[in-house]
Design a binder for this molecule. Structure first.
Ligand SMILES: [Zn+2]
Length: 299
């Protein structure tokens, strides 16, 4: 879009409006006009077709503050400005990412079900059961939701929750546990299955693996230690995985904590593959690191 285009009239503020027809002709003639599909245009004053000119150059102007950006550089810097200065983000993009997570979760549950077919519980013939309902996939998705969203196990005992699920698919009736104890068992089984696939994934990583350690105190005053592995997978994608979260029995000393960390690392065969450690600067973490260093040499 050239500044001398007849259809643009610049006012004292540099704001101008362009008619839809001239957008079309300009686009056709020089191919420089880019359709204003980006979300950033919703955050400029005036209608979306408004052209804001500074010394003849098309700019984007923020409607929330005084900032303005030359458009020639694309909209990435503008998105960053809206996010950092105003906490705004592209809701469409966010919805797309969310949808991808849903797809990935279902695919992962189906993959887990496929790997675990021998574990499949007895299937009672059920005249209501539609063919597409796979009880193993359902179990996996249920556990994922309970674990990832901190949902209490007792949720499965709620008659309102049961009614909702059974309304969505009556086949759920024959597989939905009626007691929270069953969920405890399912969660442990799923942890063990996931652990095997994580062990397999880590076994093919050739680089060193970095770790972070953190401590939590639960509502019942129990202390927990978590070990998180950070690495790039074989597709060079950054991964951050919680390997275990164990209750600490005994004193909170570095030596005692090291015992749990070594135990987890042995389970995953990682003791000799450490890159860096990251933890906060509490004094017992110094002792923890010293104990870990000794264990790495001994084992
Ligand atoms: Zn702004």
């Amino acid at each position: 879009m050239s500044e001398d285009n007849q259809s643009i009239t610049e006012n004292s503020e540099g704001l101008a409006t362009i008619a839809a027809s001239s957008v079309m002709s300009s686009e056709a003639s020089n191919g420089t006009f880019r359709g204003r599909t980006s979300w950033v245009w919703q955050h400029m004053p005036g209608p979306p077709e408004t052209i804001y000119l500074v010394n003849g150059m098309i700019h984007w102007r923020c409607k929330h503050c005084e900032s303005q950006y030359k458009l020639a550089g694309g909209t990435a810097a503008i998105s960053r400005h809206l996010m950092l200065k105003h906490g705004l983000e592209d809701t469409n993009q966010k919805a797309k990412v969310k949808e991808q997570v849903v797809q990935t979760s279902i695919q992962a549950a189906m993959e887990l079900a496929r790997q675990n077919q021998q574990k499949r519980r007895r299937q009672q013939p059920d005249i209501y059961e539609p063919e597409y309902f796979d009880s193993t996939v359902f179990e996996s998705l249920l556990i994922q939701w309970i674990a990832c969203d901190s949902v209490p196990f007792s949720m499965v005992e709620s008659s309102h929750f049961r009614a909702l699920l059974i309304y969505l698919n009556s086949a759920v009736f024959s597989v939905l546990p009626s007691s929270s104890n069953t969920l405890t068992t399912w969660t442990k089984q799923h942890y063990n299955l996931q652990r095997i696939s994580i062990q397999e994934e880590l076994s093919v990583i050739t680089q060193k693996i970095n770790f972070s350690i953190d401590l939590w105190t639960g509502s019942s005053n129990k202390a927990y230690i978590g070990l998180i592995a950070h690495y790039f997978d074989i597709n060079r994608i950054y991964k951050s995985l919680t390997l275990a979260l164990r209750e600490i029995i005994g004193p909170y000393t570095g030596e005692n904590q090291a015992k749990y960390v070594v135990e987890i690392m042995l389970e995953f065969d990682l003791l000799k593959r450490v890159g860096y450690w990251m933890m906060d600067n509490a004094t017992n973490n110094d002792t923890l690191l010293k104990s870990l260093a000794i264990s790495t040499l001994i084992i």
